[in-house]
Design a protein around this ligand. Structure first.
Ligand SMILES: [Fe+2]
Ligand SMILES: [Fe+2]
Length: 270
């Protein structure tokens, strides 16, 4: 399926379910390929090189963490909002399975909110892990919230995240979410490696210091989030192929903002 030319309702009639799935999978692949080919990933790689070439000084750490916090702070609630919207939409047409479809999105929140071992106990949330790490690195709230350190491109990513997850075009929100999960699965590997490399300079016991949990946990969970993001995208394309161009637009909005954020960080840190 071309994202520009989604299949029409009429052509569905002759297709078997398997064939429809294949067409929607191709539609998903088109979006996923555009994400991985986007130049934002080159900026991310350059950032990875910068933090593996030298440890970040205190003001550089403040710049990095204050900027990504301006973005990350809006992620968990965005995912929850999107899951609620998918539930509301889906049960209009398929009463009994709306929650099952939304579960593909909500699954990412289980990790964000520290619920994945809920039968035993609540775990720290991703935001709490971020706070533990930045406290360890000597960064105060005053520094993290200081406009001097927060690059406007980070603030723009946070504002976009807040807005796009709640976009009136559900396809746009799903595309934005997919790009967010696909980039997360890469970016945290760069972050983790960079900080592990200079464990001594960052005051870490060793490479496996638990204070790096904020980075390490994302390296663990993100591949699963990408898989669930894929499932819900394909399901939605099966239900409503006309969302394809919206999904592409949402994915590219994320990638453009992500590129600008890392390009700005790279200019300041190189
Ligand atoms: Fe997270
Ligand atoms: Fe994720």
């Amino acid at each position: 399926m071309s994202v520009q030319n989604p299949i029409g309702a009429g052509s569905n009639e002759r297709s078997t379910r398997g064939e429809i799935y294949k067409v929607c999978e191709a539609g998903y692949n088109e979006i996923a390929n555009a994400i991985v080919r986007h130049s934002a990933l080159r900026e991310l790689e350059s950032f990875g090189k910068i933090i593996s070439d030298k440890p970040l000084s205190h003001p550089e750490r403040a710049l990095f963490f204050a900027t990504i916090w301006a973005f990350f702070k809006d992620v968990p609630a965005g995912i929850v909002a999107l899951a609620a919207r998918v539930t509301d939409e889906w049960i209009k047409e398929d009463m009994w399975h709306g929650t099952a479809k939304a579960a593909h999105i909500l699954y990412a929140s289980v990790d964000e909110y520290g619920l994945h071992q809920h039968s035993k106990h609540m775990l720290p949330t991703h935001h709490q892990m971020f706070k533990q790490l930045t406290t360890h690195l000597g960064l105060s709230d005053a520094e993290l919230f200081n406009p001097h350190y927060i690059l406007p491109e980070g603030t723009a990513m946070g504002n976009n995240t807040h807005r796009m997850y709640r976009s009136e075009f559900l396809g746009e929100a799903l595309g934005f979410h997919l790009a967010s999960e696909m980039t997360s699965s890469r970016e945290f590997q760069f972050f983790l490696k960079g900080f592990q490399k200079y464990a001594g300079e960052y005051g870490l016991v060793d490479e496996d210091d638990p204070v790096l949990a904020f980075f390490a946990i994302h390296c663990e969970v993100e591949p699963m989030h990408v898989a669930t993001g894929r499932e819900i995208m394909i399901s939605y394309l099966e239900k409503n192929p006309t969302i394809a161009p919206h999904a592409m637009r949402g994915a590219m909005a994320f990638m453009d903002g992500f590129e600008q954020m890392f390009a700005a960080l790279n200019r300041r840190l190189a």
